[in-house]
Structures are given as C-alpha cells and as structure tokens.
Design a protein. Structure first.
Length: 267
C-alpha cells in the first residue's frame, strides 16, 4: 500500500465519515432542520451509516482505518507497519476537519438560525453565568450551544469515569474489527468487516454512548473541535478545550489495549 493510497483513502473516507456523522448531529440539533428532535436513536444509526459509507469508500484504497485507535490496534498486532502510523493519523485528522467544514456548509442556514435564536442565545448566556460545570476558572463558557454537532461532551464531568468509558467503548470497537472485520491482507477493513463495524458502532452508541457521547475516535472529536473554534459562527461559545484531551487519550489507550488483548487471547 503506497503513501498516496493511504493519504487519499484516509482523507476522503474520514471526511465522509464526519460529514455524515456530524451531519446527523446537526440534523437532530439545529432549528429549522426537518429532523430536529429526532433523538439519540437517529444519531446512533446515523453514525453507523457514516462509518459504513466511509469504510466502503476507503476500504479498497487505504484499508479504511478512519480512526487512529484502529490504526494503533492494527499496528500493535502487526497488520500495519508502525512507520505508516503518522501518515494514517495525519490523513485522518485532515479528513475529519474537511468533513466538519462540509457539515457547516451544508447546514449553514440552520447554524445561523439556531445561533441567533433569542431562546438559544439567552440559554447559553444563562448557562455560562449560573452553571459552574459549564464555565472555566476564568468564567468563560466551556461548551457552546452547537459544540455537540462537532464534538463530544460528558453528561457528568468526571475525568476518570469519562476516560474509562472511552477506553472500554474503544476496546469493544477495535477488538471487533481485529477479530471479525479485517480484509485478506489483515491491514484494514474488508467488505463484510465494514458492515460488521458499522453495526458495532450502532451498538456502542446505544449501549455505551450515554455517558460521554462515544467519541471512540480521536480525530472524530479533535478535528471538528478545531473547526468549531475556527469557524465564524455567531454566538458559538467555547470549544471546551478543558475536556478535549479525554476523547483523544481514552480511544488511543483503548486501541492499544485492544491490540494487546488480541495478541494474548486471539492471535
């Protein structure tokens, strides 16, 4: 697999993954969206289909890792050379940022309608003033009213629990890929593996997503969070950088743990 294959496949595949995944979050969250209020089940299935589409697009090109945790798990089991890991992760991060920008473009009118709605503006201001869990030590809001479209956040801010939740959920994902989802070369997702992985992602969202929003993918969270911080969104509030390390560190540990567990129990 060439460097250009990895770059093209992972960038495009991850961009589509985030476009469809963040897109369903936008559809459910934003005012003037036809899917507003559709709920958690719609989000979990939307993310599952997002994984399926991105994986089918990139599978024959780069192996469709689309996730640094998957890349680390495959490297730990020998399926991916460690020398390729930086290129995989860099391409995934770029793709995630592109996907987040495309989501903003797609829902541009809805973002403006939501963020200029008097009720939303008043609620965000009240939350920044009154809820200690939503402000940093300087009193600035941690999470703006549309950050959930781009990135994850915990329902209960307990870093030990939040990290543990992300590790556990990521181990389930990566272990399922390593045991059931690999292509014939063992360096990425196969055709059936993409379908299995998509269903596993839906299952994780329904069963384990409640505490933190199940990032289970560092670039899925970090790339769109960077875009949220940079985009000219009115009244967008903060990007919650105090929490941003959790959905990066937790899945990375989970990916490596899944690779180690696979080597011990399944190899």
């Amino acid at each position: 697999m060439s460097s250009s294959d990895i770059f093209i496949g992972e960038t495009i595949g991850t961009a589509v993954l985030i476009l469809l995944g963040a897109g369903v979050c936008a559809a459910v969250t934003l005012k003037k969206s036809k899917a507003e209020g559709a709920g958690w089940v719609a989000i979990t299935f939307g993310w599952g289909f997002a994984v399926l589409t991105g994986a089918y697009l990139a599978g024959g090109v780069s192996g469709a890792h689309l996730n640094p945790a998957v890349t680390l798990g495959l490297a730990a089991t020998g399926g991916t050379p460690w020398s390729d890991v930086p290129l995989y992760i860099g391409s995934q991060l770029l793709g995630a940022m592109i996907g987040a920008v495309l989501t903003w473009v797609t829902y541009y009118g809805q973002f403006r309608a939501h963020l200029t709605d008097p009720e939303i503006v008043a609620a965000a201001a009240a939350g920044a003033d009154e809820d200690e869990g939503m402000v940093d030590p300087q009193g600035a809001p941690k999470a703006g009213p549309v950050l959930g479209v781009f990135s994850t956040g915990p329902e209960i801010r307990n870093f030990a629990q939040n990290v543990a939740t992300e590790i556990i959920a990521t181990v389930v994902l990566v272990l399922a890929i390593l045991t059931q989802g690999l292509n014939d070369d063992g360096n990425g997702l196969g055709t059936l593996g993409a379908l299995i992985t998509a269903l596993v992602v839906v299952g994780i969202g329904l069963s384990l997503g409640g505490p933190t929003g199940y990032a289970i993918n560092p670039v899925r969270d970090l790339g769109p969070r960077i875009v949220h911080a940079l985009l000219p969104l009115p009244n967008k509030g903060g990007s919650d950088w105090g929490y941003a390390w959790v959905p990066v560190v937790g899945p990375l540990i989970g990916g490596l743990a899944a690779g180690g567990l696979y080597n011990v129990a399944f190899a």
